[in-house]
Ligand binder design. Structure first.
Ligand code: NAP
Length: 247
C-alpha cells in the first residue's frame, strides 16, 4: 500500500505499460484516473479490481495529439479529482521509417503525442502540485531517446526531448516539492513492439544482457518507486528499465 490515499493521472492507460501501471497503482491503494482515446477493453475489470483494493478507477478519453481536446479533458479530470499527487505521461506512438522517407505528418504526429502532450499536461498538473507543494511527475521516455534508433528519428527526437524537458522542469519546480523523473524502457513486450518483425525482436534480445524482453510490470514497478515516498530525494533522473540493453 505504498500509494494509499494518493491520486494519480496516467495517460495511455488502456494497454501495455500504462495498463500495468494502473494495476500496480490500484494494488497499492491509489485512486487512478486513466486517459486513453476510447473505452478500453479492461475498464470494467479495473473498476472491479480498484473496488477490491478499497479505491477507485476512472477512465476518460482524449486524443493526446489534439491540444484543445487534451487540455479540456485534463482540466476536467483535475477538477473531478481535487488534485493529483502523481502524474504519469505514458501515452505514446511510433511512425517508424527511414528519415529520407518520413512524411512531415509522421514527424508532427509523433512529436505531438509523445512530447507536446506531456508539456501541456505537465503545465496544468504541475501548477496545481506547486500550490500543494508536493507531487511526482513521471514521463515515459525510451532507450532510443538516449542512444538514438535507426528508422525512428521522429520517435527518438520526441523521447530525447522529453528527457531534456523533464530535467528542465525538475529544476523549475524542485524548490516547491515537486519531483520530475523519466523512465527509459528498453524492449518491452506490448502491442507497440509486437508490430516489429520477429527477426528484429530476436536480434534485440541477443543484445540484452539479461537475455529477455522486458514485461510491462518491470516498468510499472519502477513507476511505483518514483510515484511513492520511497523516492522522495530522487528528481531530474532517467531510470533505465532495459535489462542492461543501454550499457
Ligand atoms: P502501446 O501498447 O501501444 O499502448 C499505447 C497507449 O497509449 C495506449 O493506452 C493508447 O491508448 C495510448 N495512446 C496512443 N495514442 C494516443 C493518443 N493520441 N491519445 C491518447 N492516448 C494515446 O504502447 P506501450 O508499449 O505500452 O508504450 C507506452 C509508453 O512507453 C509509450 O510512451 C512508449 O513510447 C514507451 N516505451 C515503450 C517501449 C516498449 O518497448 N514497448 C519502449 C520504450 C518506451 P488507446 O488504446 O486508446 O489507443
Amino acid at each position: 500500500m505504498l500509494l494509499k490515499n494518493k491520486k494519480a493521472l496516467v495517460t495511455g492507460s488502456s494497454r501495455g505499460i500504462g495498463r500495468k501501471i494502473v494495476e500496480v497503482f490500484l494494488a497499492n491503494g491509489c485512486e487512478v484516473w486513466g486517459m486513453c482515446t476510447k473505452e478500453s477493453a479492461g475498464k470494467a475489470e479495473l473498476e472491479k479490481f480498484a473496488a477490491e483494493n478499497g479505491t477507485a478507477f476512472h477512465e476518460f478519453y482524449a486524443d493526446a495529439g489534439n491540444a484543445e481536446v487534451l487540455t479540456t479533458a485534463v482540466k476536467n479530470a483535475l477538477g473531478e479529482s481535487g488534485g493529483f499527487d502523481v502524474l504519469v505521461n505514458n501515452a505514446g506512438i511510433t511512425r517508424d521509417t527511414l528519415s529520407f522517407r518520413m512524411k512531415k505528418e509522421d514527424w508532427d504526429s509523433v512529436l505531438a503525442v509523445n512530447l507536446t502532450s506531456a508539456f501541456l499536461v505537465c503545465q496544468i498538473i504541475s501548477n496545481d502540485m506547486i500550490h500543494k507543494k508536493s507531487g511526482s511527475i513521471i514521463n515515459m521516455a525510451s532507450i532510443v531517446g538516449i542512444h538514438g534508433g535507426a528508422g525512428q528519428v521522429n520517435y527518438s527526437a520526441s523521447k530525447g526531448g522529453l528527457i531534456a524537458f523533464s530535467k528542465s522542469l525538475a529544476k523549475e519546480v524542485g524548490s516547491r516539492g515537486v519531483r520530475v523523473n523519466c523512465i527509459a524502457p528498453g524492449f518491452i513486450e506490448t502491442d507497440m513492439t509486437n508490430a516489429v518483425k520477429e527477426e528484429i525482436r530476436k536480434a534485440w534480445v541477443e543484445g540484452i544482457p539479461l537475455k529477455r524482453a522486458g514485461k510491462p510490470e518491470d516498468v510499472a514497478n519502477a513507476a511505483l518507486f518514483l510515484a511513492s515516498d520511497l523516492s522522495l530525494y530522487v528528481t531530474a533522473q532517467v531510470i533505465g528499465v532495459d535489462g542492461g540493453m543501454g550499457a
